[in-house]
Ligand binder design. Structure first.
Ligand SMILES: [Cu+2]
Length: 190
């Protein structure tokens, strides 16, 4: 599943075994258990990274759109991590945003980082947390997939592909109105 991590884990284990073989007799009794622990250690390292749920989606845009929104569903790994930034070939930059309501006005605030608790789930959604694709280079079309590289504070980069969809429950969903406010807010900004 994570070939690089597995490979690195095995290499480390081989070194450890070589060292153990050159060491004492009591260590020599351990290799079977240690060999079993190698994949476990690699799996633990992989399990520490947050996982991006395939339900994550990007909102389809109109042809003239200059911004797009991505809503990730992140499952925390064995350790807490923080999403700190992202990038995509389809936009100049990616920002983490939180939509907040001030009276009747929806505003967006940039968030420096998003904590993904160990074993927890963080669900971005219209009207709340989202990743903003600023300076869209082309429209996002329903049915396609876009590449997104996410940077986590502890576990590093993850490259994922996100499905482009229309907003769920068009019109009826609580997020539908927010999406409109969202685009308007951005268009009005300098
Ligand atoms: Cu935004």
């Amino acid at each position: 599943m994570f070939p690089t991590l597995t490979k690195r884990g095995s290499a480390a284990r081989l070194l450890a075994l070589a060292f153990a073989a050159a060491a004492t007799v009591s260590v020599a009794a351990q290799p079977p258990a240690a060999a079993g622990a190698a994949p476990a250690a690699a799996a633990a390292a992989a399990a520490a990274a947050p996982r991006v749920d395939p339900q994550s989606w990007a909102r389809a845009t109109v042809p003239t759109a200059r911004v797009g929104s991505v809503y990730l569903v992140l499952h925390g790994g064995a350790a807490e991590d923080r999403l700190v930034s992202g990038s995509t070939p389809v936009a100049e930059r990616v920002e983490l945003h939180q939509t907040i309501r001030e009276g009747d006005v929806m505003k967006m605030r940039e968030v420096p980082a998003l904590a993904v608790p160990a074993g927890g789930t963080v669900r971005m959604q219209p009207g709340g947390l989202h990743m903003m694709l600023v300076g869209l280079k082309r429209p996002l079309n329903e049915g396609e997939r876009i590449a997104l590289t996410l940077r986590f504070e502890r576990s590093g980069e993850q490259r994922v592909e996100i499905s482009v969809r229309e907003a769920p429950g068009h019109g009826a969903a609580p997020g539908a109105g927010h999406g409109a406010a969202h685009g308007a807010g951005h268009g009005a900004a300098p």
